[in-house]
Design a protein around this ligand. Structure first.
Ligand code: 13P
Length: 246
């Protein structure tokens, strides 16, 4: 079985105005040469039209969240159809920041993933444990339960991102062995859910990924790429991340 192509997914979070996003895209376009890894920029929705216009061909864009509803009276929400209309390919669902600050449940995350798929987007479903869960040694069971509940009714075109909450924005990265332990367990659970199709699915690691640790993390047999926050904001870092994967 050939390995799926490595995905370098950049989560800008709530950073960069449309003007700043266009400047970033122009700089990337002038310096980027196609890397072995697929590159996707997951930006604030308002940045996407400008990004798509300026990014080099082959670099994907995506959203960071999507409504669980198709359309209608949901003030402030962005629908999957809207993201698709501005050429998004991916959308993150269930990021731990949304689970924590917006009280998103697994059921809501699964509904968002289904909406994304219904409009031709590939959801990047985030899962991962808090520190207390890991310290109790319950991280694998917790994360697999979260995966199953967050993919209820979701088809086999998804990406799964393992993002241990204790590693996000803390500078404390999981070891390559920690990442592989969970990625292998997630792949096993995906095989239970989707059968042989699971072998082609990508499992990413996220949490303090930097140019100096990405190669070791992504060299693990079940880690097919990274979801990067802080190190996605500067073009220099992104080029170094892409270079480390080539
Ligand atoms: P950092 O890379 O800043 O730790 O963020 C990880 C993350 O949350 C990506 O979605």
């Amino acid at each position: 079985m050939t390995q799926p192509r490595t995905l370098l997914a950049l989560n800008w979070k709530m950073n960069k105005t449309p003007t700043e996003a266009r400047e970033w895209a122009r700089e990337l376009a002038s310096r980027y040469t196609r890397s072995a890894a697929e590159l996707a920029v997951l930006a604030p929705a308002i940045d996407l039209p400008g990004l798509k216009e300026l990014l080099p061909a082959g670099v994907d864009v995506g959203g960071q969240d999507v409504s669980a509803h198709a359309a209608g009276a949901y003030t402030g929400e962005i629908s999957a159809a809207m993201l698709r209309d501005v050429h998004a390919t991916y959308v993150i669902v269930g990021h731990s920041e949304r689970r924590e600050y917006h009280l998103e449940t697994d059921a809501v995350v699964a509904a968002k993933a289904r909406q994304a798929q219904a409009h031709g987007l590939t959801p990047i479903v985030c899962v991962g444990e808090r520190l207390d869960v890991r310290e109790r040694g319950e991280h694998v069971r917790f994360t697999l339960d979260q995966l199953r509940a967050s993919t209820e009714g979701v088809q086999a075109n998804l990406v799964v991102a393992y993002e241990p909450v204790w590693a996000i924005g803390t500078g404390r990265t999981a070891t390559a062995d920690d990442a592989e332990e969970m990625a292998a367990a997630l792949r096993g659970a995906l095989a239970g859910l989707y059968g042989p199709e699971a072998a082609a699915l990508r499992v990413l690691y996220g949490g303090s990924v930097k140019p100096d640790n990405i190669a070791a993390l992504c060299a693990q047999p079940n880690v097919n790429g990274a979801l990067v926050g802080g190190a996605s904001l500067q073009v220099d870092d992104v080029l170094a991340l892409a270079h480390a994967l080539s």
